[in-house]
Design a protein around this ligand. Sequence first.
Ligand SMILES: Nc1ncnc2c1ncn2[C@@H]1O[C@H](COP(=O)(O)OP(=O)(O)OP(=O)(O)O)[C@@H](O)[C@H]1O
Ligand SMILES: [Mg+2]
Length: 444
Amino acid sequence: MARQETARHRNSPAAGSGLFGREPEPAAARTPRAGIKPPGRTCTFTGLDIGTTKICAIVAEIDPAGKMTVRGIASTPSQGLRRGVVVDIEETIASIETAVRKAEEIAQVSVRDVLVGIAGGHIQCFASSGTVDVASPERGITRSDIRRAVEKTALDQIPMEREVIHTLPQRFVIDDGPVANPEGFSSRKLTAEVLTVTAAVTSAQNIIRAVRSAHYRVGGIYLEPLASSLAVLTPEERDLGVVVIDIGGGTSDIAIWAEGSVRYTGVVPYGGDSITEDVRRGLKLSCFDAENLKKRYGSCLPDTVRDDEKVEVPVALTGETQEVPRRFLCEVVASRYEEILLMVRDQCERSTHFDKAFGGVVLTGGGALQEGAAKLAERIFDRPCKIGRPSGLAGLSSVASSPIYSTGVGLVYYGLQADQDATLGETNLFQRLVRIFKKAIDWY
Ligand SMILES: Nc1ncnc2c1ncn2[C@@H]1O[C@H](COP(=O)(O)OP(=O)(O)OP(=O)(O)O)[C@@H](O)[C@H]1O
Ligand SMILES: [Mg+2]
């Protein structure tokens, strides 16, 4: 039976470190954190983060002022994924069932719909544009015109084995030139420029199938680094422009934000598990011992460790212990961490928007908890860097405000966003799910 980590026996993470050196605002002033329009009534959503190392369910309420109260949170080790992609569906179903059931018990609610995240090397993003005739130029551009323009952008170009996960508007062009929000403008034509995010149909379908087999309904699919961004960034940070790096177990996911919108998403197929693997090999340990040692004594800044500092490590075969210099452990950790961040930077540099993200770098995900991570990232990116964690939460907030839960908390915010249908241009979810299924059937 899978080991269960619940709100009851996890330690509280350390408090947040502020916005690039500034003191954090009081929580009340900051809500809603995600910058999403507060709902008119209290709504409950369940975020389900199907990660490489853990599957985590978060049941949370968002009140009419936009404040989130975490009612239930549970995570279970994930054994059915590799680098963010489902490879063992039965294991994944079992972990989903365990995590959601436990979260339901803690929250004392019965869950039907869950918002799920998607990530992995199969995710691609590209810019495209679509132009439509405005239905009634004299009455002005309507939301329906905007939706048609956005949806026209990519659907024709998507190959059979891929499906659109998001169409994220970048800007609009009317007869008179570019505008941020074209609603109400008089124009004969409307062009939408969007960032289209696509996923491999099979990967998306496996996630949907696993959730359904666990007897829950998919209320929405959302790209994981975007979910994490909703949880950790303020609207001001999104306007300023930042790079969000979610360092998970199997992958490091990237989202570049500039001028209030996401401009680029990417993924590097390495995360904290590669660091653990290096520690395991370097010190000849079991995976379990290597993981513990890395978390407890590892650091991205070996230069700050004294030469004579030693750590005790178990000898795998005999169970005895031996002493090794802590500095050696930290050198192993730092060199892999640096390699991952350099790969992230290389990818960012390929995006024209990287230069606009001058606010800095926000590290989140479990890998962000590695000691010295922000300092190392600051050195590599030559920009300010901070650890991003969900904040301004009530209820089980001491647990949910760890960077490990950024994606899960962000998925709850996404539930609200999808509910309000506030994101103009988001392809209709139902149609999208139907297409994923249809394509998967044709594909097989
Ligand atoms: N205190 C810590 N110090 C260093 N690393 C840590 C710490 N806590 C967790 N990690 C690492 O974070 C990683 C797991 O992060 P997270 O829970 O965000 O991953 P995930 O969402 O399951 O995976 P992915 O997003 O890649 O699918 C593991 O590699 C783990 O070793
Ligand atoms: Mg993750």
